[in-house]
Design a protein around this ligand. Sequence first.
Ligand code: PHE
Length: 518
Amino acid sequence: MKEKRGSWSSNLGFLLAAIGSAVGLGNIWSFPFKMGKSGGFTFLIIYIVMVVFVGLIVMVSELSVGRRSGRGVVDTFHMLSEKFKWVGWLCVIASFLILSFYSVLGGYCLYYIIINAAGIFTGMPDSSSFTAMLTSPLVSIGVLVLFMAICTVIVRGGVSGGIEKFNKIGTPALFAILIIVIIRSLTLPNAVEGLKFMFKPGYAVEGGFISEAPDFISVLGIAGGQMFFSLSLAMGIMVTYGSYLDKGENLVKNAGVICIADTLVALLAGVAVIPAAISNGLASGIPVSEIKLNGPNLLFCTLQDVFCSMGAIGGIFGMIFYILVLLAAISSAISFMEVLITHRLDRVSALGKKPNRPRVTLAFSAAVTLLAVLVAACGLGANGIAPADLLGLKDTAAYAAWNDSWLNFMDFFSEGICMPLGAVIASLVVGWELKPKIVLDEVHNGCNSRFFDSFFTFCIKIIVPIVMTFVFAGQLYDFLACRGFAAAKAVCYAVTIAVLVICAVIAVIPSEKSKKSK
Ligand code: PHE
């Protein structure tokens, strides 16, 4: 028996859920730092150009192929492409791997909400609480399980009954909390230094935060990788969310709103986080170059010191801030879960059986939690079970980002390989194997204007594959960069260009099926 597939109850519900997926940890901690480190305003311009020429195009493609097929990402690619049927699997694998560390970070947020709340009464914890948490695997695992349990309850409720409901409250709440945190941050002494770090080109070097600026190609790679991650692209999420969308909705307008909202939140999050971190660093007299503005350190050490320095009131701000990060993390994590779950439910339904969402949800979250326990127990490499420890690479030239912790290892395979590779191939499938018309026909369902057509065709055929190749190469290099291996960059670029050329050739050769149909 075929069960009726779920759908969004309104376009606004869809938009809030898609924005909820896009706005996540990527906006709150990596965007501000990457922007400051890679040239401030210059980075912002490159980022925005990429959002328009690549992000928007890929988002429209994903939403439209999803809506066209009305199925999960694996089935969508099966239906679309003769030669690259398997690309859908790259998305599912990437979602699974990313969720295995995203959930650990989500658990850390829960822990920080608890310790800040307790700190109001018992004295505020400082940044040393981070190491204490990392080195107590049971605590990290406990909060991870709690985080996954929350997400499971939401996703179990279905697309409109769970995900949409959560985001209708969560996404507006996130905006409101962000404003409170911005006001607090900008009223701290020397906050203007943080604004200069973000918005004044070259200030990161001039002010002594970093010793030299990265070259243009690296900036392109950094901005591209960040944009893909931040907009939740190449992971099957927009395909999945699009598959629940009504035929009459305007996909270009929806994609535009999601891109603008995501970029805006990234900028606002920067203004909330960076000035506070720099202000506190300057007040405590440490050299500027030692103010930690990146990754877990920024969120859980640098900012915790800011809250700690405010005394008991810091506990309240700390709690509010980590609730903000938690909301962002939950709305993104549930979108990863939905990719896995929609895929399974559609399969079951295609076999003529009645899909059981609660059971499938529970099974997937149990599987993800199992893998995530390894990431949590590793404690960002603090507990001696990182891949480098197990492979004996610790003090060797091969000690690099891909092996220094299980978190980075998962990140390497998902964000570093599956995601850019999937994006390159998906753009070749749409641009060259099937031709852009397949997307445009779907787009015209909800929008009569032909204004977007030539822009889309040019970008999906040329710009997206080329830019994504650079991003792929840059990510590969970033993760693999082994000390003392000078040729690493050239090798990464050669490998990725070869991949692009091979895939492009495969995409344009007519398949047996299309020859027969001629
Ligand atoms: N966009 C989310 C963020 O910025 C992460 C994410 C990536 C979510 C891919 C879903 C898919 O943190």
